[in-house]
Write a protein that binds this ligand. Structure first.
Ligand SMILES: N[C@H](CCC[C@H](N)C(=O)O)C(=O)O
Length: 278
């Protein structure tokens, strides 16, 4: 069933899109037929996400409904055309866009072969992220007389997380890029999160995102990775934790009550505008 938040593109039509952001992480969302997901979207992602020559976004998100299984298939391409195997904010935006208007909804979504749950209530969407295993060891980096240790946390995609005393004066892009491009992490690289523990239920996080190759205003899988590393160090408890980011709209991370090593990440979603691709 279509709803007023939904408009499906078919190849011969002008292609409708929506520009949304999930707590400041911004996306172009196009609803397609399931078979269209197989097309090569990398070039389109690069063109559309370009901030001067395109619409501008951190990523391109494609959604397709499988009516029989009632699952929403979601693919996310970073602004540079690379695939994001997990993007918490893209999943939140996709769930919000697919949910019926004016009611709360529970949805199932699949991104990169992994099933996620979603709950949409009003202008808020929450999705699950699973903690995976990673063979990577921590990485210590010296910069301007300061040493930072980055610990791996795989939350559906690669993250390296450093606990810091102070976030505001950090060179997030410089240090983030050095970790992202570290030869030991090639060829995949990583997203990089800097975390300041403010209270046992409050973190501040700044994230350098691979594929955007810049600091973004918020990152869902990064918020979960930050929670996991802070918890590993005994800095937060197993209860909802507010993750403040650069957008001013915090995300909330909380452990899933039924599924081990699974977390909910929630926060606001905003539709900025709708349009048709020229
Ligand atoms: N912003 C996303 C993460 C994107 C990850 C992507 N940059 C990559 O792994 O290549 C989030 O909300 O989880």
């Amino acid at each position: 069933m279509q709803n007023s938040r939904q408009a499906t593109a078919s190849p011969q039509d002008a292609v409708p899109f929506r520009k949304l952001h999930g707590a400041g992480n911004d996306f172009i969302l196009i609803d397609v037929q399931p078979t269209d997901l197989e097309r090569d979207w990398a070039t389109k992602a690069r063109l559309l996400c370009e901030r001067r020559l395109g619409i501008g976004a951190d990523g391109l998100v494609l959604t397709a409904r499988t009516l029989r299984d009632r699952i929403l298939l979601v693919a996310c391409f970073n602004a540079d055309g690379s695939i994001a195997t997990m993007c918490g904010n893209a999943l939140r935006c996709a769930a919000f866009a697919a949910a019926p208007d004016d009611s709360s909804a529970a949805l199932r979504l699949v991104m990169a072969g992994v099933e996620h749950q979603a709950i949409v209530t009003g202008g808020h969407a929450e999705v699950t992220a699973e903690l995976g295993t990673t063979p990577q060891e921590p990485l210590t980096l010296g910069r301007s007389g300061r040493h930072l240790t980055f610990e791996p946390a795989h939350t559906g995609t690669e993250h390296f997380v450093a606990l810091v005393e102070e976030l505001d004066d950090l060179d997030v892009e410089g240090i983030g890029r050095a970790v992202r491009d570290h030869p030991r992490l090639a060829p995949l690289g990583t997203n990089v999160d800097f975390v300041q523990a403010v209270a046992r239920d409050e973190l501040r996080v700044r994230t350098y995102e691979r594929g955007v190759e810049a600091e973004t205003l918020s990152c869902g899988s990064g918020a979960v990775a930050s929670f996991v590393v802070a918890r590993r160090h005994g800095l937060v408890d197993d209860r909802p934790v507010a993750v403040h980011n650069q957008s001013g709209s915090p995300l909330t991370v909380r452990p899933h009550a039924q599924r081990p090593e699974t977390f909910w990440v929630g926060g606001p979603v905003t539709v900025v505008y709708e349009g048709v691709l020229a």
